[in-house]
Ligand binder design. Structure first.
Ligand SMILES: Nc1nc2c(ncn2[C@@H]2O[C@H](COP(=O)(O)OP(=O)(O)OP(=O)(O)O)[C@@H](O)[C@H]2O)c(=O)[nH]1
Ligand SMILES: [Mg+2]
Length: 168
């Protein structure tokens, strides 16, 4: 009989300073660091779900946006079971660059069944991205989109619950 899978890998990508590390810190440790310390290479954060969730554990790969790591990045993508694309709702270019992030991932993962989540972070600040562009991109890459805030915690638990629930 096939053993039930309990360990899952989730990758987070997006431009510099969109809040990838902050989102994970909020979710895993309920902390919000105000200071931006750019992630170097990759940062692995593991979260365990002891009982209620059948002993699952998830390792989040918080991947650097630094171009010095461009060649390595494709190895960080390998074997991911879910993809999180993050942008900053106050910076339109971080949204349009998701196209590039998506293409890099699509070239390295089959993306046949791995769910894709797009997170518009910093929703505690004024938004500046046309809704139509968000809807169009989300539909085209067959993703799910959420507005969140690592600062206030808005939607953070809800989104991660949805992600974890996609793992059987
Ligand atoms: N107002 C607000 N600021 C945020 C939010 N999330 C992150 N920040 C701030 O944005 C800055 C960058 O956050 P990080 O989490 O370090 O960004 P990152 O995407 O990990 O950046 P790199 O590691 O350089 O790629 C920090 O100063 C955070 O405090 C948010 O939801 N609201
Ligand atoms: Mg970071």
């Amino acid at each position: 009989m096939k053993k039930k899978q309990v360990s899952f890998k989730v990758i987070l990508v997006g431009d510099k300073a969109v809040g990838k590390t902050s989102i994970l810190k909020k979710y895993v440790n309920d902390e919000f660091p105000e200071k931006h310390e750019s992630t170097w290479g990759v940062n692995l954060i593991r979260k365990e779900f002891p009982d209620g969730d059948k002993g699952k554990n998830v390792t989040f790969w918080d991947i650097t946006s630094n171009d010095l790591f461009q060649d390595q990045r494709i190895y960080y993508y390998e074997g991911a079971e879910a993809v999180i694309l993050v942008y900053d709702v106050t910076k339109p270019e971080t949204f349009s660059n998701l196209e590039r992030w998506y293409e890099e991932i699509a070239a390295n993962l089959k993306l046949e069944k791995e769910p894709i989540f797009i997170l518009g972070n910093k929703n505690d600040l004024d938004q500046n991205i046309p809704q139509k562009a968000i809807q169009e991109f989300t539909f085209r890459i067959e993703a799910k989109h959420f507005f969140i805030s690592a600062k206030t915690g808005e939607n953070v638990d809800k989104v991660f619950k949805k992600i974890i629930n996609t793992f059987e």
